[in-house]
Design a protein around this ligand. Structure first.
Ligand SMILES: *Cc1c(COP(=O)(O)O)cnc(C)c1O
Length: 427
């Protein structure tokens, strides 16, 4: 029997909960059958039935150079032939660490993990260990991976499923997590005035990409920086999504704000499992073996993953790489806004570098409440229309989209034509 997406999904559900290894992939919010992917190349993926899709998910952000970029594949193959993992230090770790620090100097010291979740979880433990304070601030709609203390009013899949906090997180694990409103300066100031001396860390997505795309306002981020310095709290920029994506210097380079700690993931692994946490030397030296904060990983700094990261970051360092990517992303966003205007404000769009938001609202949202007022049903129908036309968007109205350097102007124009046809078919 020929393998179809349906038969594979049926089979997957007999052995994997929901048939997927990460929840949003299951298409629960948008309905229908997930596509089972057999191959990716450049800006496209192909499913089990041989259908091609222009991909704006790109493995949820990592593939900034597109699928199976020859330089990345070559680097990974070469590394793999030399051994898959050693559990002993390698020069590849030094090289990637040096490369990261050269672009983002606030990471005076950094350590590798195998996922973004591990990076944020470790950064949080470190901030608490350094300050001796338990309380932390996060913002509603920001997603920082699935560590217990951070799974409170979070974005991404939790928003998609309309349940922004998880069962199984003991109240005790989240009781020190204060959730504030993203982009609300006054509330942040009041909170610090009340209990600033008890706050160990503030963690934020400077450009929020897990409640669709909502950039932090400069005032919001500057206030956060000022208050953290004033009260001795550790400012953590979670750049797992924005790192090496929104600007050559990441979000902190874009805004000109220096956090105390930063987390990376996604792009720095180029499609392999990598995370990083790093920052001020005095804080990072609290990590074992130098200090009392324990953190470790059997596969951390894995040589094959380091090779993928190096090759990918080297591609992004080519002159004009980010500029060209931003121009491509603008072409898509301008085109979508034009369609939105032609159709009476049904959609709007915006971008920060090569991250973009497509909103089912007349204008881009500036805060969480505005994000939540989007026409979700409209998005869900649009998602399937686009999929039919061979364009793969994230299966949720609350996820950002991504551009790769493998996309061409022709690809974008085809995407815009598909978007117009999809919306017109739905009116
Ligand atoms: C994806 C993401 C994470 C989690 O990374 P994983 O590798 O999925 O564990 C954390 N923070 C942000 C901002 C992310 O976008």
């Amino acid at each position: 029997m020929n393998k179809t997406n349906e038969t594979l999904f049926e089979r997957a559900q007999q052995v994997i909960p929901g048939g997927v290894s990460s929840p949003v992939r299951a298409f629960r919010a948008v309905g229908g059958t997930p596509r089972f992917i057999v191959r990716g190349h450049g800006p496209r993926v192909w499913d089990a039935q041989g259908k091609a899709y222009l991909d704006y998910v790109l493995s949820w952000g990592p593939l900034i150079a597109g699928h199976a970029h020859p330089a990345v594949v070559e680097a990974v193959s070469r590394a793999a032939q030399g051994g898959l993992s050693f559990g002993m230090p390698t020069e590849a770790e030094i090289e990637l660490a040096e490369l990261i620090r050269a672009s983002v100097p606030s990471l005076e010291r950094l350590r590798f993990t195998s996922s973004g979740t591990e990076a944020t979880m470790s950064a949080l433990r470190l901030a608490r260990g350094f300050t001796g304070r338990s309380r932390i601030i996060k913002f509603e709609g920001c997603y920082h991976g699935h560590a217990d203390a951070l799974l409170v009013k979070a974005g991404s899949g939790l928003l998609t499923f309309g349940n922004p906090s998880s069962a199984g997180v003991p109240a005790e694990a989240a009781q020190h997590t204060l959730v504030l409103d993203f982009n609300n300066v006054a509330q942040l100031e009041e909170t610090f005035a009340r209990e600033g001396d008890q706050i160990g860390a503030v963690i934020v997505e400077a450009v929020a990409g897990n409640m669709n795309l909502v950039p932090g306002s400069a005032e919001f981020l500057q206030t956060m920086r000022r208050l953290c310095s004033q009260y001795g709290s550790v400012l953590i920029f979670d750049e797992v999504m924005t790192g090496f994506r929104v600007h050559p210097g990441s979000a902190q380079g874009l805004y000109g704000i220096t956090p105390d700690l930063t987390t990376f993931g996604k792009v720095i692994g180029g499609g392999m499992p990598v995370g990083v946490f790093g920052g001020r030397k005095d804080i990072m030296q609290c990590v074992a073996p130098l200090g009392p904060v324990y953190q470790a990983g059997t596969l951390s700094g894995n040589p094959v993953a380091m090779a993928a990261g190096m090759a990918t970051l080297n591609l992004t360092l080519a002159p004009g790489f980010h500029e060209r990517l931003t121009v491509l992303t603008r072409r898509l966003v301008d085109g979508l806004n034009l369609i939105g205007r032609d159709l009476g404000g049904r959609i709007s769009a915006s971008n920060v570098g090569s991250m973009f938001g497509l909103y089912f609202s007349a204008a881009p949202p500036a805060d969480f409440a505005q994000v939540m007022s989007a026409d979700r049903e409209g998005f869900n129908r649009f998602f399937h229309q686009m999929l039919e036309r061979g364009v793969h968007l994230a299966p949720s109205a609350f996820e950002a989209g991504f551009m790769s350097s493998a996309h061409t102007e022709e690809d974008i124009d085809a995407t815009l034509a598909a978007a117009r046809a999809s919306l017109e078919a739905d009116s």
